[in-house]
Design a protein around this ligand. Structure first.
Ligand code: NAP
Length: 273
């Protein structure tokens, strides 16, 4: 059951739990089943990128339910000049087997000026090839630069590293994004499995009759503007993850987690890709 939704600037709403696909492909059949199970359970946002080599897998997973799915893909910085962005999008559409991408992101900052990438994104949106566009791995100062460009305030999301042990964005990027109504997509929300055996997390999980993974996800999704996109390669993991949506962490839980993983007390450079 989804208790709250995250709203994009164009009014579209998604469940705060989505599905990542980085490093999928090795168990293709099982992974496609997992993604489809997730969509059936309401995890309609699926994250891919031209870099991941998973766009065709995502396309296959959503073939029978394209209208239900919310596909996010990304252009590589090395392709992100004006013409290159447009060509990369066409290639992604072909691999995905669809005629539109719901949200198209610049994967990270590269050598091309933002103005070129954004101009191409705006045109792709006007042509109906993408519904919305956004950024990934950008900190506040660079997001400000994006917003100052023509049509820059249409920027619909910023996808960044965020999990219990990488909390730097709480200092300024999360509050800034809330003020600008730009959703944050939290990647690597499970810290790639590194926190599953942590004593504090396990203790809280026991109190909620939940698993540590579910606590980690509930924690990431506790802010109203944040979407978590864990990668889960099996139906069992997807079903486990979806139950994190029912967990309300208490003040006491949050206090314990803050003690074990202190929130940032000063500006920390954005970590990640
Ligand atoms: P993650 O989601 O933090 O961790 C993925 C790992 O957690 C996988 O090994 C997965 O195993 C495991 N897992 C998932 N559910 C589980 C469960 N219920 N129990 C036990 N293990 C579980 O790491 P991530 O893949 O790096 O990040 C998620 C997504 O964010 C990526 O797939 C990608 O779409 C996106 N991303 C974006 C960027 C960017 O620069 N924009 C960078 C990194 C990632 P199984 O596969 O066996 O389920």
């Amino acid at each position: 059951m989804v208790k709250r939704l995250v709203t994009f600037p164009d009014g579209r709403q998604v469940c705060p739990l989505g599905q990542g696909t980085y490093q999928m492909g090795r168990r293709r059949k099982e992974e496609i089943q997992a993604l489809r199970r997730g969509i059936d359970l309401g995890l309609t946002l699926i994250d891919t990128a031209e870099m991941y080599g998973t766009e065709d897998l995502v396309g296959e997973a959503v073939r029978e339910c394209r209208d239900k799915a919310f596909i996010v893909s990304k252009v590589l910085p090395s392709n992100a000049d004006y013409k290159g962005t447009k060509r990369a999008c066409e290639r992604s559409l072909k691999r995905l087997g669809t005629d539109y991408i719901d949200l198209y992101l610049l994967h990270w900052i590269g050598q091309y000026p933002f103005s070129e990438t954004v101009r191409a994104m705006v045109e792709l949106q006007q042509e109906g090839k993408i519904r919305q566009w956004g950024m990934s791995n950008l900190d506040v100062a660079d997001m400000e630069r994006i917003l100052s460009l023509p049509h820059g305030t249409d920027c619909a999301a910023n996808q960044v590293l965020y999990n219990l042990k990488d909390r730097g964005i709480e200092f300024d990027l999360i509050p800034w994004s809330e003020r600008k109504h730009i959703p944050i997509m939290a990647y690597t929300p499970l810290a790639e499995g590194k926190l599953r055996r942590h004593k504090t997390v396990s203790g809280i999980a026991e109190r909620h009759n939940a698993t540590p993974t579910q606590i980690l996800l509930a924690w990431v999704m506790r802010s109203s503007n944040v979407i978590a996109i864990p990668k889960a390669g099996s139906m069992a993991h997807v079903e486990e993850n979806v139950r994190s949506l029912d967990i309300d962490l208490t003040k006491e839980d949050l206090r314990e987690l803050d003690a074990a993983f202190p929130p940032p007390a000063r500006k920390i450079r954005l970590a990640g890709w």
